[in-house]
Design a protein around this ligand. Structure first.
Ligand code: SF4
Ligand code: SF4
Length: 104
């Protein structure tokens, strides 16, 4: 039986972005996926020092009424994405939840 283990110490598995699917351009589906991912990051916060995306997200959460991701206005999601300069550090070096982890 294959040993089950946390990710994060080996190169993560890359999955091609399905950019030709109509779902890729569906704003509601994008926001649902962002909410899911933001909630994983909120529960972890390991990447807070890597770039401004993470402090932006965590401030939005901490200053919201619920202090959870559901308290953040979806219009503000773009503020988090705008701070990402695609350095890949979170994906390649920090995150224990990258594929093959089920949270992806
Ligand atoms: S890819 Fe780099 S800039 Fe973008 S969220 Fe990750 S650590 Fe921040
Ligand atoms: S380690 Fe992963 S889940 Fe944790 S804050 Fe970074 S990207 Fe988010």
């Amino acid at each position: 039986m294959k040993e089950k283990r946390e990710g994060g110490i080996e190169a993560p598995t890359r999955h091609a972005i399905d950019w030709q699917s109509p779902d890729f351009y569906d704003r509601d589906k994008l926001n649902a996926e962002l909410e899911r991912v933001f909630d994983v990051c909120h529960g972890c916060r390991r990447c807070v020092s890597l770039c401004d995306s993470f402090p932006t997200l965590f401030d939005l959460i901490d200053e919201s009424e619920t202090m959870e991701v559901d308290g953040v206005d979806k219009k503000d999601y773009q503020k988090v994405a705008d701070q990402c300069y695609l350095c890949d550090m979170c994906y390649m070096t920090k995150c224990p939840y990258v594929p093959p982890h089920e949270w992806r």
